[in-house]
Design a protein around this ligand. Structure first.
Ligand SMILES: Cc1cc2nc3c(=O)[nH]c(=O)nc-3n(C[C@H](O)[C@H](O)[C@H](O)COP(=O)(O)OP(=O)(O)OC[C@H]3O[C@@H](n4cnc5c(N)ncnc54)[C@H](O)[C@@H]3O)c2cc1C
Ligand code: FES
Length: 266
């Protein structure tokens, strides 16, 4: 799959909450190839910030050639992107990374924690499309979303693809606690797990999947630099020796960001 650098047109920018934004861009060449779990690198207009910022694909519309990016303001780069409006342009490189394997016909947990929620939405869409027409297809996609508080961004959109459960740290909505608390409280089970979110959540899910003996795919959103596998700024510890660096490392940007849980140390 070829990655492309292009200048994309901003189609819309909406503020979903205090620091969360929802931007759609016209990038047909990237949308044509992209799969759920992949990301793009967005370039700043400020020459001093040479490193592009990785953002996951929350939506891919191949027909319209559009990508949807939902992001939280973390620093200068994301703040700059939040100031873009319809008609502006932005340089973008993608699609990057490997994406989630779409395991058809399996009862799945799609687990997102905080700003790890956006990529799970496109995966929910893809899984429900793949499962359509199968026996019991309606029950196969189960989104379990972890939030800080009652600002439940994107939650309602998951309902179009399956069942949705929320956990909040402060107990203001859904289950009080984390995503595993929500799974237990609702008596849920699954045959495969897909997840993206903070490392402690991923670590807990890795242990849960091992205990249950089910496959688990984790997307790691660590800090990155080049985004294309050249600088080794984004390595995580792996069980196997990496063919590129010959050490127990994997490059999140190129070998990931999605890994089988047993492949990586968290
Ligand atoms: C594969 C991948 C996919 C991502 N997808 C999304 C997404 O869909 N939505 C979204 O909001 N963010 C996502 N991120 C995180 C996003 O890339 C960073 O928040 C962004 O690069 C910060 O840039 P900045 O210039 O705004 O902040 P900076 O000035 O670079 O950093 C501000 C602060 O954020 C911290 N920080 C920077 N990058 C990260 C990171 N990756 N993880 C944790 N802390 C970080 C820094 O240490 C610093 O404290 C993703 C990251 C990766 C690697
Ligand atoms: S960011 Fe450079 S190798 Fe991953």
């Amino acid at each position: 799959m070829a990655k492309l650098k292009m200048t994309a047109r901003v189609l819309s920018q909406a503020q979903l909450g205090a620091d969360i934004f929802d931007m759609r861009i016209q990038a047909p060449e990237i949308a044509a190839q992209a799969v759920p779990g992949q990301f793009v690198s967005l370039y700043s207009r400020d020459g001093a910030k040479l490193l592009p910022r990785p953002i996951s694909l929350c939506g891919i519309d191949r027909e319209k050639g559009e990508l949807r990016l939902v992001y939280r303001i973390a620093g200068e780069g994301t703040k700059e992107f939040s100031g873009l409006a319809a008609g502006d342009s932005i340089d973008v490189l993608g699609p990057l990374g490997n994406g989630f394997p779409v395991e058809k016909g399996k009862k799945a947990f799609l687990i997102g924690g905080g700003i790890g929620i956006p990529p799970m939405l496109e995966l929910a869409k893809a899984l429900s499309r793949e499962n359509a027409g199968q026996d019991g297809a309606d029950g196969l996609v189960q989104a379990v979303l972890g939030y800080r508080d009652s600002f439940l961004f994107l939650k309602d959109e998951f309902a179009a693809y399956g069942s949705v459960y929320a956990a909040t740290e402060d107990g203001s909505a859904g289950t009080k606690g984390n995503v595993l608390d929500a799974i237990r409280e609702n008596g849920l089970d699954a045959q495969v797990i897909y997840a993206c979110g903070p490392t402690p959540m991923l670590r807990a899910l890795k242990a849960y999947a091992a205990e249950k003996g089910i496959p688990c795919w984790l997307s790691l959103e660590e800090r990155m630099a080049c985004g294309v596998g050249a600088c080794l700024a984004c390595v995580c510890q792996s069980k196997e020796v990496d063919s590129h660096s010959q050490v127990h490392n994997k490059r999140i940007c190129k070998d990931g960001p999605v890994f089988a849980a047993e492949e990586i140390e968290l």
